[in-house]
Write a protein that binds this ligand. Structure first.
Ligand code: MRU
Length: 351
């Protein structure tokens, strides 16, 4: 089944409302900046690459709404809109990276350009981001597919699938490509408390693709590993620091520790746009904290007493030493990541 998590068609931004899955596949139109902001904040669109692409189109939605009369007004509007969209979710670097690309286009070009030419350039950039993201997802899948042998058991956490990107996914793209290569395997999907991206989204996507998927609660992963059912773990990430420390959905770190304890390889699949070389390690990756109600009143059902104290970090950081390899569009990178992640390692200086 083909679905479009984010679609830009004739100036209209449409997304799948992921909060309604798996029971309803609803496409909603985001025709105001507030609607885009809210959709990202409420996880109607979620997953690091999809947030970035949606925000890029969100800049266009904001511009359409404001209809700036002059180039100067348009440039100012892009800054204001991008600043606003940047306040939605702090952890996924793709959001800031995509907005930065829109800002860069916004200040380039000639001062004599008409505002319409300027908006065309912004639209071209947002479309390029979308198309690049699709190509990257496919390349990540192809780069990692050989990691999944016939008959393997693969564990994943959260949703790093087509829904989280512009169509192919990252961790799930590896699975889709392994399936395409003719191999059969079983995926164990952690349900991913508290918002259940694994239960609601990953199982749905894998079912659609005809991949054998089994849902487990997060706290079952250790037992399933001990039973010998897992040969490898593949997850996505929202931000990877220069040393390979990887922020991903809360619970990922625990899975990595378990994988280490059971001698199971643990892979992180990302486009290079998820790398943040400005951070030497994961200790300063901003971790989003979300509302207590997501835990106390998950999906409308009260499951904790009124007034209980709650801590709800939405992400955690898996230390690089627990990561066997990072699957990117340019291949599977292995430790030490400080070297393998770097696009152009400093040349050896002859002494
Ligand atoms: O809070 P979410 O659902 O946006 O979190 C998403 C994840 O943690 C994904 O694993 C990550 O963004 C990788 S998506 C290819």
């Amino acid at each position: 089944m083909k679905f479009d998590p984010v679609r830009w068609d004739k100036g209209t931004l449409t997304i799948i409302d992921q909060t309604q899955l798996p029971t309803r596949l609803d496409y909603i139109t985001l025709d105001t900046l507030d609607a885009v902001w809210d959709a990202i904040k409420q996880l109607k669109v979620r997953g690091a690459p999809a947030i970035g692409v949606c925000a890029a189109f969100g800049v266009l939605v904001g511009i359409q709404q404001r209809q700036p009369a002059t180039l100067q007004a348009a440039r100012h509007a892009v800054t204001v809109i991008a600043d606003h969209l940047a306040t939605t979710r702090p952890t996924a670097v793709n959001l800031f990276w995509a907005l930065e690309r829109m800002r860069t286009v916004s200040v380039s070009g000639s001062d004599d350009d008409a505002p319409t030419r300027y908006v065309e350039a912004l639209e071209q950039e947002a479309r390029a981001l979308f198309e690049e993201d699709q190509a990257l997802g496919l390349a990540i899948g192809k780069a990692g597919a050989s990691l999944i042998p016939e008959g393997a058991g693969v564990l994943t956490h959260c949703n790093a699938g087509g829904l989280a990107t512009s169509g192919h996914g990252t961790a799930l793209s590896v699975m889709f490509q392994a399936q395409k290569a003719g191999r059969r395997f079983r995926v164990y999907a952690d349900e991913t408390r508290p918002l259940l991206q694994g239960a609601r989204l990953t199982t749905w996507e894998l079912q659609q693709a005809g991949i054998d998927v089994t849902l487990i609660c997060d706290n079952m992963a250790a037992q399933v590993m001990r039973e010998g059912k897992i040969d490898l773990v593949i997850v996505g990430a929202d931000r990877v620091a220069a040393n390979g420390d990887a922020a991903n959905k809360i619970g990922t770190y625990g899975v990595a520790v378990l994988a280490k304890a059971h001698n199971i390889p643990f892979y992180v699949a990302i486009p290079r746009s998820t790398l943040d070389f400005s951070l030497p390690d994961g200790s300063s990756i901003p971790i989003e904290e979300r509302a207590a109600e997501e835990i106390t009143h998950g999906f409308g059902l009260q499951t904790a007493p009124d007034g209980v104290a709650v801590y709800n970090p939405a992400f955690d950081v898996t230390p690089a030493e627990l990561i066997t390899g990072i699957i990117t569009e340019s291949g599977i990178l292995t430790p030490p990541f400080t070297e393998s992640l770097n696009p152009s390692p400093p040349e050896q200086v002859a002494s």
